[in-house]
Design a protein around this ligand. Structure first.
Ligand SMILES: [Zn+2]
Length: 159
């Protein structure tokens, strides 16, 4: 049996989608909501997967340090990287791929969460990034293989 808890962390960041061809290729920002789902087969002596306050400190700490009030930029977007380097002060976080909500969820699950949860005994199994109130993308770990198996976006409302 696996037990799962979720902690929501809000942050804001700028980005643009490299080569998008539409309005999202312009610099703009979002008030992101990030849901971290953390699982464990075991519970601590108190009965927890992980202390919620510890989980908050870990997740919020990483986001505050790396993504909050930063521009998330694709490593191939040299034009944006050069532009942001001219602005002082500015914060930039280079991603190995376009900063879509799907890729942000994937990056957090694959790259950030192992660091965030190191030594806690818990493992991140799903990360959901809400880009608007109506839509999110998520990355999740396949419980059988342990690999990240699905990334999808779901419209909550009809628009
Ligand atoms: Zn956007």
């Amino acid at each position: 049996m696996s037990l799962t808890i979720m902690r929501r962390i809000k942050f804001c960041a700028g980005h643009r989608l490299f080569g998008h061809g539409g309005k999202c290729e312009h610099f703009h920002g979002h008030n992101y909501v990030c849901d971290f789902f953390v699982s464990s087969d075991t519970q601590d002596a108190v009965g927890r997967v992980i202390d919620f306050s510890d989980l908050k400190t870990r997740c919020k700490g990483w986001l505050d340090e790396h993504w909050d009030h930063s521009f998330l930029i694709c490593q191939d977007d040299h034009n944006a990287i050069n532009a942001l380097k001219m602005v002082t002060p500015s914060r930039m976080f280079i991603l190995p791929y376009n900063p879509t909500a799907e890729n942000m969820a994937k990056y957090l699950l694959e790259e950030a969460c192992p660091v965030i949860l190191a030594g806690s005994g818990a493992q991140a199994t799903r990360v959901r990034i809400w880009e608007t109130d109506e839509s999110y993308a998520e990355a999740s770990v396949d419980p059988q293989s342990g690999t990240i198996s699905s990334i999808y976006q779901e419209a909550i409302s009809g628009d």
